[in-house]
Design a protein around this ligand. Structure first.
Ligand code: AMP
Length: 188
C-alpha cells in the first residue's frame, strides 16, 4: 500500500472540517518491528496546515503559563520543540543520545522493552528555578520522558508541563509522569 498517497487522500478529505491532527499522522504497521504500529509524523511535517494546527493546539495549553526553557528529546521531539521555543521566545534545550553533546553533560539511563538506553543534557543548560516545558513527539510507555524529567529536576528545574504531539493511552505512559501536567495534541 502507498501510505503516502493514502494519507494525502485522508488529509484532503478531512482537513477542512477537523481540529484534530490525526488525519496528518500515518500509521505504519510492523515498523520498526512486527507488532508495533509506528506513528509516522513525516506526513504531518509535510503539511504547513497540519504543522500550524498542531502548534496552535500545543500553544493553547500554555496560555498564562510561565515558561523559561523548552527541553526537547532527540530526534523527533526537536521539530515542534524548536517551534514551541521560538513561539514562546525562550531558549531551546536539546536532550541527546550519548556522545553527541560537546560540553559537560549529565546522563540518565532508562529501561526499554528489551535492554536500556541513555540520554544526556548539558549540565548548565538548566539552572535552578528554571520553569521548563518538556516536549517529545510520542508518549508511549513514558520511560523516555521520565528520564528527562529526572535530569531536569536534578539540575533544579521546575517542570511546568510535558507535552507531546500524541499520547498512546493504551500504553499507560502518563502514570510514569503523573506528578506533572501532561498535554497531547491528539490521543490514541
Ligand atoms: P516511551 O519511552 O515508550 O514513551 O517511548 C517514547 C519514544 O519512543 C518517543 O521518543 C517516540 O519517538 C518513540 N515511540 C514510541 N512508540 C512509538 C510509536 N508507536 N510510533 C512512533 N514513535 C514511537
Amino acid at each position: 500500500m502507498d501510505l503516502g498517497a493514502e494519507s494525502k487522500k485522508r488529509i484532503l478529505l478531512m482537513k477542512h472540517n477537523t481540529k484534530d491532527i490525526k488525519p496528518y499522522i500515518t500509521d505504519v504497521p510492523d515498523f520498526p518491528k512486527k507488532g508495533i504500529v509506528f506513528k509516522d509524523i513525516t506526513t504531518l511535517l509535510e503539511s504547513p496546515e497540519g504543522v500550524n494546527l498542531c502548534l496552535e493546539l500545543l500553544l493553547s495549553e500554555l496560555k498564562n503559563k510561565e515558561i523559561d526553557k523548552v527541553v526537547a528529546i532527540e530526534a523527533r521531539g526537536f521539530f515542534f520543540g524548536m517551534l514551541l521555543a521560538q513561539s514562546l521566545n525562550v531558549p531551546f534545550v536539546p536532550v541527546r543520545k550519548p556522545g553527541k553533546l560537546p560540553r559537560k553533560v549529565i546522563s540518565q539511563s532508562f529501561d526499554l522493552e528489551y535492554g536500556s538506553d541513555v540520554l544526556e543534557l548539558h549540565d548548565n543548560a538548566i539552572i535552578s528555578g528554571d520553569k521548563v516545558l518538556i516536549h517529545d513527539d510520542v508518549l508511549a510507555t513514558g520511560g523516555t520522558v521520565e528520564a528527562v524529567c529526572k535530569m531536569v529536576e536534578s539540575l533544579g528545574g521546575q517542570i511546568v508541563q510535558c507535552n507531546f504531539i500524541m499520547k498512546l493511552d493504551f500504553l499507560d505512559g502518563s502514570k510514569k509522569i503523573d506528578a506533572y501536567p501532561i498535554y497531547a495534541a491528539t490521543t490514541y
